[in-house]
Design a protein around this ligand. Structure first.
Ligand SMILES: *Cc1c(COP(=O)(O)O)cnc(C)c1O
Length: 424
């Protein structure tokens, strides 16, 4: 028995499914997860000593690679001053100023401890600000495990939501309407059926939790306009895309000014951090200035903010986003060569990518669902056996980091090509 197998056997006895977040359990691909002993640069080392080139990057945060020296030493230094104060600390001001400087639409911001907390707080704030209860979301967009957002519409644009999860009250799910991404007719129909009833549209501007697909030209612009015209707030969930697609996230790339933005992942530098922010007028409704309650014992934690600030400083110093675009483009060219002639569809934007096992185009959840998941599982396990770790599910994005060198990418694409030859 390997050390990972032994640990997983013990984990299953005391942790539901053996994991603290479901996708880690490998249910999407079969088999058992490995346990990681350490991670450095673009490589993970398992408890059994196997080294892997990692394209999961702790699900997004590790944009510099794992354990980058400037981030590790910032955390070490911060720890010498205390682990948590429960009073305001200077790093909170620096982080707030940094986010407002980098993210175009954010005028005021509050720190939280996860992406889920950020989107949950955006939804509550939007409801409090507008005095409306309904939310419009898109099928296949994931916004954390927030009750109101674990919903998709069973059949079509006008159907009120049914919960995706046991434990979410139907009465609450009914307040969420889910429509297909990139389908403006469905959005308009939902607005017509619920006139001036939506507090907000919440959207991943680049949906990356059903694989990866992109907004069609004009789609986000039209959402912005529909919101303006109906007193609905536009919430961009940039937990994944923020500080990853560009300095100012997807809203910078697509030139959109959302009313509220949820952030997470990269701004934590690998520690548990989220944030949400937007227009001063809206943020002014938050407690203690306004009536919308929101709080957190560890929010603005000095270690977490030291890590996030160090990571963002390093990205700016290295012009990280331009470099990630270069390695992303290189990876794409090689991946397209490796998949030429195969019934596959490779999507990429910046340092995010996904390989679907179906022919394109993939522009919404129903397309992504056509992917042959048995083929994906075979592909995944072949890559893993050859030392390349992609996310253990078809419905996740891959991530490049600044630690992936050209040589790492070349080696990975060779493994991909061999794996594909075994699958088809
Ligand atoms: C990961 C993610 C979340 C949830 O963040 P957690 O830190 O896991 O709670 C929300 N929205 C998007 C788009 C995400 O990718």
């Amino acid at each position: 028995m390997t050390a990972s197998e032994h640990l997983f056997e013990s984990a299953l006895r005391r942790i539901p499914g053996g994991v603290n977040s479901p996708v880690r359990a490998f249910r999407g691909v079969g088999g058992q997860p490995f346990f990681t002993k350490s991670a450095k640069g673009c490589r993970l080392t398992t408890v059994d000593g196997q080294e892997m080139i990692d394209y999961v990057g702790t699900w997004g945060p590790a944009i510099l690679g794992h354990a980058p020296e400037p981030v590790v030493s910032a955390v070490r230094e911060a720890a010498t001053h205390g682990l948590s104060f429960g009073t305001p600390n200077p790093l909170e001001v620096e982080m707030a100023e940094t986010i407002c400087r980098l993210v175009p639409s954010v005028e005021k911001v509050r720190m939280v401890n996860s992406g889920t907390e950020a989107t949950m707080s955006c939804v509550r704030l939007a409801r409090g600000f507008t005095g409306r209860d309904k939310i419009l979301k898109f099928e296949g967009c994931y916004h954390g495990h927030v009750d109101s957002l674990l919903v998709n519409a069973g059949s079509g644009a006008l159907t009120h939501g049914t919960p995706d999860s046991a434990g979410v009250p139907v009465a609450l799910a009914r307040l969420t309407v889910a429509v297909p991404f990139n389908d403006l007719d469905a959005v308009r129909a939902a607005f017509a059926a619920n006139p001036r009833e939506f507090a907000a549209i919440i959207v991943e501007p680049v949906p990356a939790n059903a694989g990866l697909y992109l907004p069609e030209p004009g789609f986000l612009e039209e959402l912005e306009k529909l919101c303006r015209d109906s007193g609905t707030l536009l919430i961009f969930d940039e937990v994944m895309t923020g500080f990853r697609l560009a300095r100012g996230g997807a809203q910078e790339v697509f030139g959109i000014r959302p009313d509220l933005t949820a952030l997470g992942k990269v701004i934590g530098g690998g520690l548990p951090v989220g944030a949400f922010g937007g227009r001063t007028e809206i943020m002014g409704q938050l407690s203690p200035d306004g009536p919308v309650y929101q709080a957190g014992t560890l929010s603005g934690n000095p270690l977490a903010l030291a890590a996030g600030l160090a990571q963002i400083r390093e990205l700016e110093r290295l012009d990280g986003w331009a470099r990630l675009e270069e390695s992303g483009a290189r990876f794409e060219t090689l991946a397209q060569e490796a998949t030429r002639g195969l019934p596959c569809s490779f999507r990429r934007i910046g340092s995010m990518f996904c390989l679907y096992f179906c022919e394109g185009p993939v522009v919404r959840l129903s397309d992504a669902m056509r992917s042959d998941r048995a083929k994906f599982a075979k592909f995944f396990h072949r890559c893993l056996a050859d030392g390349v770790y992609f996310a253990p599910s078809q419905f996740e994005s891959g991530f490049l980091s600044l630690a992936h060198t050209d040589a790492d990418i070349d080696e990975s694409v060779r493994v991909v090509a061999t794996a594909l030859a075994g699958v088809f």
